[in-house]
Design a protein around this ligand. Structure first.
Ligand SMILES: [Zn+2]
Length: 342
């Protein structure tokens, strides 16, 4: 019995040493350690052996089993290492896979272009809160209590209340930042205020409830409407190129007097008229005006000594024109197919 077990151990180890592929190893494992293997049969028949010899034989069976198992493991490890080396098709000369890196959103990229232009003209970029007190969003900007822009129809109010018990508002424009900025500054000032604003709009290709504005405020002595128009013309040309023309039309805004709407010549047809500009050759670009004397007083600035201009740009629309995007909703969709194009 003893010599038989020794023989099994010798045969098994020899067989495993010669086995190289995983299939053979698996077959041999079954042959030597499986339920129908000779070793298993001997273990089963141990009862037939004389009682005093059983412990010795039992111990030997376990030793043989352990040795065969370690031969299996050893051979399996060398065969898999060999397989991965010989079957590898890795080409070390191929260029690597660049890790995916993020980038700024097209609106942020475009805003930075605008900020660059104004910073070069000596403007300071300032920001303010998106949740506003009605005092800053309306009162101090010369927007009376009964003005339609305060209507629940186009304004988002929240449950938090101000000192007068009026609800706070998601700012409808970036103008409140002008008032806040003048609380800690004295004229002359040149400010650029970019930021997100909110209106209760019905969304479509040209309207969103959340969008970006960029506003500018200049207050100094002897600021005239021609300074405003000159600044706007320079800005539009630096952004879209020297061929672009601008025109101004009278308009009404409560916080400026006189107020202007500014158009620029259509980028697509060059002013000849096309479906984008509704055959007019012009595209509405921004609102502007000379700061209303009441607003100057609210900023603690003497309108007899100082004057100023302000204008506001809809960043989304200008960005769409710049890159040729036809739906404002794409900007906020989070769709990578859109974002990755910039
Ligand atoms: Zn056109």
């Amino acid at each position: 019995m003893k010599s038989k077990l020794e023989q099994i151990r010798k045969d098994a180890i020899k067989a495993f040493e010669q086995a190289t592929d995983p299939k053979t190893i698996e077959k041999l494992e079954k042959q030597f350690l499986g339920r129908k293997a000779e070793l298993a049969r001997i273990a089963k028949d141990i009862k037939k052996i004389a009682k005093d010899k059983r412990p010795e034989i039992g111990k030997l069976i376990n030793e043989v089993k352990r040795d065969i198992a370690s031969a299996v493991n050893k051979q399996r490890a060398t065969s898999s290492a060999g397989a991965s080396q010989t079957s590898s098709k890795f080409d070390y000369t191929l260029p690597g896979i660049a890790p995916a890196t993020g980038h700024l959103h097209p609106i942020t990229q475009f805003l930075e272009k605008i900020e660059d232009i104004f910073i070069k003209m000596g403007y300071e970029v300032v920001e303010g809160p998106e949740l506003e007190d009605q005092k800053y969003n309306f009162d101090l900007l010369n927007v009376p209590e009964d003005h339609p822009s305060r209507d629940i129809q186009d304004t988002f109010y929240v449950s938090r209340e101000d000192k007068k018990g009026r609800p706070y508002v998601l700012r409808t424009h970036t103008s409140p930042v002008q008032i806040r900025a003048l609380e800690s500054r004295k004229p002359p000032v040149r400010l650029l205020v970019p930021g997100r604003v909110f209106r209760n709009e019905r969304t479509d290709a040209g309207h969103e409830t959340t969008f970006y504005q960029c506003e500018a405020l200049v207050i100094d002595k002897n600021i005239r409407v021609t300074d405003l128009i000159g600044t706007l013309e320079l800005f539009i040309k630096r952004l879209y190129g020297d061929d672009v023309k601008i025109r101004v039309r009278p308009h009404f805004y409560p916080f400026t007097e006189p107020s202007l709407d500014v158009d620029m010549s259509c980028l697509l047809c060059g002013g000849k008229g096309c479906s984008f500009c509704k055959q007019s050759g012009w595209i509405e670009t921004l609102g502007a005006g000379m700061v209303h004397p009441n607003v100057l007083k609210n900023m603690k600035v003497d309108p007899k000594e100082y004057s100023g201009f302000a204008f506001g740009l809809g960043i989304d629309r200008l960005m769409m024109l710049y890159y040729g995007v036809d739906d404002i909703r794409l900007s906020y969709s989070g769709d990578l197919r859109f974002i990755e194009q910039f």
